[in-house]
Design a protein. Structure first.
Length: 136
């Protein structure tokens, strides 16, 4: 999960629909701290930084820290970088592959499922032959 996703979810959460939203410089500082939380490489660092984050902001933004602490630091605490070290933190490579398929194989047209299946089989065959020749 990316920082933008956390920030967006926090800004539209039920906790903010009835209360004041974060604004101005305070919002910038809180989001900066959330970004730093995301960059934690180890669980122990994330837990310690989370505790410090809550301590830092709990007096100034009780509603936000209550929501954020419960939802994003307890229930959904798998969004920091160190949670899964051997996986990418974005899906950019998948999006790039999807773009190639759309641009070069389906030409950004909608196809019936049977035709799309045929296109994918052709695509698979083409790339299989390419990699087979490349490894010889």
């Amino acid at each position: 999960m990316l920082v933008g996703d956390v920030a967006e979810a926090a800004s539209i959460s039920p906790a903010f629909k009835h209360g004041k939203k974060l604004k101005g410089e305070k919002k910038t500082k809180i989001l900066d701290d959330v970004e730093k939380l995301q960059l934690c490489e180890f669980e122990i660092v994330f837990r310690g930084a989370s505790s410090l984050f809550l301590k830092k902001w709990s007096n100034a933004e009780k509603e936000f820290t209550g929501y954020f602490g419960n939802e994003w630091l307890k229930l959904l605490d798998f969004w920091y970088e160190g949670y899964s070290n051997s996986t990418p933190s974005t899906n950019n490579s998948f999006e790039a592959t999807n773009k190639v398929i759309k641009d070069e194989h389906t030409f950004r047209e909608r196809h019936p499922l049977a035709r799309f299946h045929t296109i994918l089989l052709s695509l698979q065959s083409t790339y299989y032959k390419y990699h087979l020749r490349k490894n010889i």
